[in-house]
Design a protein around this ligand. Structure first.
Ligand code: NAD
Length: 468
């Protein structure tokens, strides 16, 4: 099987997918030994090609090696180790309890692979968002086609050659390309489509899935709020601000689906928060961040102009209190803070996905609940507070993919937690065992003895049986 640098002809694609189905039907990918060896080989790819991967991330996104290792290579090795340590247990069926009336009957739930699955990923974490679902697909015993993003081409090429060289070519295939290639793939029959990207394209994916009633997982985006309570101790304030700054500007320059999109804060505390944020932006990125190589770049000119347009609105311009400079040639936008840009401006209605941070002031911190509920359900909600009553209210009165108190982004790295959205931020989830489940069918298996039965379950029906 070839590595596909350009889209194959439709016939070639259909032939390859047919071969992959036949390979799946041979049963090889269902064997525990195959799954384990593929996961180990994927780990070898990450370990042996680490430098190439980090350089590709620097080339496509300007991600510093340490940030790239933290968010992609390191996180993936952790996920692979977790899957390898738990694979046998995930694969073993779960015994199920039955009511007492089911005499001499046993039951279990068996995880069955789905078959041939399609993974479409986005460019901001090109390795993480491609390989994290692939780990689940392999662990669950599927064959898989991966379509990484055309906007991080160096990373996509490293993925394509890496998976071709390290994994079973008959079972795992990378197809590079953009929307046209993705649409071509979506016309084919799949047993599962796992999509990471925008809500707009998520709708296209879901409508394509209708044709074959293909199950989908949609990992989408949106605006993730951070509610910052007026923390009383200076220690807590500093910890909170450091976590906010790294969660926004130190994670692919805010180009992450779970980046803090905007902050909600009480009017009286806002000036203190903004001053602290300015201090910590300088401490983390320097007085002149443009000179530094530690802030990721905007992925391309189109996205840079999209972000530039968000601040071009004169009402938004007026609200800028820090940063604001844009270097088009170097695809760089300085970490920027604005206070109270109008709520009807584009920056407060579209997902920002970049290093621009609006701070919205409220009379009371509790007003944030109403504010959040008046907008689409976010993928992540962050609340910096020690107030337990506010914490409980946030959990019970708002809806989001996840709620994290007193930090940001960290929920992504936990293998024991489901990662996914709700409402417009998507549905379905993955990571750890949840990835395995996402690519499995939970099959009910019931096993009856021939020895016992209840005579009244069989016709002929008569009143005697009815009045039992
Ligand atoms: P995108 O939707 O533009 O692209 C995602 C993928 O879909 C790419 O592989 C692309 O080639 C493909 N695609 C584009 N147009 C298509 C079409 N018409 N038909 C079929 N496929 C098509 O998103 P993006 O720019 O890569 O990523 C940014 C968005 O993704 C943001 O909204 C972000 O919040 C979201 N995101 C979500 C997560 C998550 O885990 N929930 C992670 C990263 C990004």
């Amino acid at each position: 099987m070839q590595i596909h640098n350009a889209m194959e002809t439709l016939r070639d694609l259909e032939r390859d997918l047919k071969n992959m189905r036949e390979y799946y039907e041979s049963g090889i990918t269902k064997e525990a030994s195959w799954r384990e060896s593929q996961l180990k080989r994927l780990r070898s790819f990450l370990l042996e090609k680490e430098e190439e991967i980090l350089n590709a991330l620097l080339q496509d996104l300007g991600k510093h090696h340490l940030e790239a290792f933290r968010d992609e290579v390191g996180t993936l090795i952790k996920s692979l180790n977790f899957a390898l340590n738990n694979l046998k247990q995930w694969m073993s069926g779960k015994k199920a309890k039955l009511p007492k009336i089911a005499l001499l009957t046993s039951a279990e739930i068996v995880a069955e692979p789905l078959g041939l699955v399609l993974i479409i990923s986005s460019w901001n974490f090109p390795f993480g968002l491609s390989l994290e679902p692939l780990i689940g697909a392999i662990a669950a015993g599927n064959t898989a086609v991966l379509k990484p993003s055309e906007l991080s081409p160096t990373c996509s090429a490293v993925l394509a050659s890496g998976l071709y060289n390290y994994l079973d070519k008959k079972a795992i295939k990378v197809i590079q390309g953009g929307p046209a290639e993705a649409e071509q793939l979506l016309h084919q029959r799949w047993d599962k489509i796992f999509f990471t990207g925008s809500t707009r394209v998520g709708r296209i994916v879901m409508s394509s899935a209708v044709r074959y009633l293909t199950p989908v997982t949609l990992e989408l985006g949106g605006k993730c709020p951070a509610v910052v309570d007026s923390l009383s101790s200076s220690f807590d304030r500093e910890v909170a601000v450091k976590r906010i700054i790294v969660g926004k500007f130190g994670t692919c320059a805010g180009q992450a689906c779970i980046s803090i999109d905007y902050i909600l804060v009480e009017k009286r505390f806002a000036p203190v928060l903004v001053e602290l944020m300015k201090v910590w932006i300088k401490k983390m990125f320097g007085e002149n961040p443009r000179e530094l190589k530690t802030v990721a770049r905007i992925v391309n000119k189109q996205h840079l102009f999209r972000l530039k347009n968000l601040v071009a609105d004169p009402r938004v311009q007026e609200s800028v209190v820090y940063g604001g400079s844009i270097d088009e040639d170097n695809l760089f936008i300085e970490p920027t803070i604005m206070v109270d840009p109008p709520l009807d401006s584009a920056i407060m209605s579209e997902e920002i996905f970049g290093p621009l941070l609006p701070v919205i002031t409220l009379e009371k911190i509790e007003d944030s609940i109403k504010f959040i509920n008046s907008r689409p359900k976010p993928l992540a909600l962050y609340v910096f507070t020690k107030n337990q009553s506010l914490q409980r209210r946030m959990i019970s009165e708002t809806s989001s993919g996840s709620v994290t108190f007193n930090d940001a982004i960290v929920q992504y790295a936990a293998d024991t937690l489901p990662f996914g959205g709700v409402g417009e931020s998507g549905f379905g989830n993955y990571h750890g065992k949840f990835s395995f489940d996402t690519f499995s069918h939970e099959k009910t298996v019931v096993n009856r003895s021939f020895l016992t039965d209840f005579w009244f379950r069989f016709p002929p029906w008569n009143t005697h049986k009815y009045h039992l």
